[in-house]
Write a protein that binds this ligand. Structure first.
Ligand SMILES: [Zn+2]
Length: 86
């Protein structure tokens, strides 16, 4: 669902722009606005490395469809798997 993904990204960008508390990288609080771009299910955060409340490495896993999205250098990669052309 391209449309759903755009909404999530736009929402995130707006929050990052207008709320100084969100102006950095992946945080626990960001989980509340993120949803699986494939099925809109809730995402489960797995933290591999954390610094000052920001998750610098880890993954977001969908509890519904099981797709896992990596977080690298604090940026969650929420591309649906079918778009990656692997
Ligand atoms: Zn899902």
């Amino acid at each position: 669902m391209q449309f759903g993904l755009s909404i999530i990204v736009i929402k995130w960008l707006i929050i990052k722009k207008y709320n100084p508390c969100y102006n950095t990288l992946m945080k626990h609080s960001l989980l509340e606005i993120l949803a699986c771009p494939v099925c809109k299910g809730p995402l489960e955060l797995k933290v591999a490395a954390e610094e000052n409340g920001e998750i610098t490495a880890g993954s977001l896993r969908c509890g519904k469809c099981g797709v896992e999205y990596p977080i690298t250098e604090g940026i969650p990669d929420l591309l649906p798997p079918e778009k990656e052309n692997r």
